[in-house]
Design a binder for this molecule. Sequence first.
Ligand code: PLP
Length: 285
Amino acid sequence: RIAYVDGAYVPLSEAAVSIEDRGFQFADGVYEVAAAFDGKLFDFEGHAARLRRNLAELSIDEPMSAKALELVGRKLLAKNGGGTALLYIQVTRGQARRDHPFPAVSTPTLVMTARGYDYAPRVKQQLNGVKLLTQPDERWGRCDIKSVALLANVLAKQAARQAGAFEAVLVEDDGTVTEGASTNIWIVDRNGMIVTHPAGRKILSGIVRDTLMRLAKADGLKVVERAFDVAEMNAAAEVFVTSTTALCIGVSSIDGTPVGSGTPGPVSRRLGALVWDEIARQTGY
Ligand code: PLP
């Protein structure tokens, strides 16, 4: 397998950055995960735009243009056998003697990896549904930035997996559901509206979230961005999660209690199909 490190394509086993990289020292960096189907990137413009916004928020220079990023990404995917794969992109503030303030001069570090990814288990989950576990949202105040500082997400996800659940639902002290450890969370409310937490500093606005919202509206479905709490989620007709790696998966139970009928409902199944149609449209998959 081949990785990309600051301009060079190198064997993954030899790919390395300095231990004084600020990504390693301070988690001073951001990342993206984009999917490719049959070697063709899906929604890459959205990922590149979010990366650019995140870098600007942190005053980290853009290592290259969106177009160049896409070219490198495509080349790396091809070098790793193409097919259906995930492209991981990480940009940090670069290497400097360890000190909290930004270094006077630094060059951002850009690394990418590409790895084959099988959506077949996800398709099975789309049919059967997945379990969720609620966990306190213990993250920082800028969850809109896709920071590599993921410790709170890691702990929540681990708790979920230990409980036999696919994903953790992050819940604020007042009961508000923000999002999943690595997914956005949606419900179908009692009025039949599709609801998800508003974009802003409390959540990472997912690329699939954006795409799904657009596809749902075009399909005549009603989507509203508003906060909801655990009680409303538990009583919802349907709950589902979205992300680049999950796409759109219905939820069968939360904390051991079934959601609705206990299998994915018509709305999540319809949205899942619309996402697959969009993947086919963009990539020919
Ligand atoms: N929310 C969080 C915290 C995430 O880490 C992710 C993706 O990893 C998402 C939401 C979904 O984002 P996307 O649809 O861009 O994959």
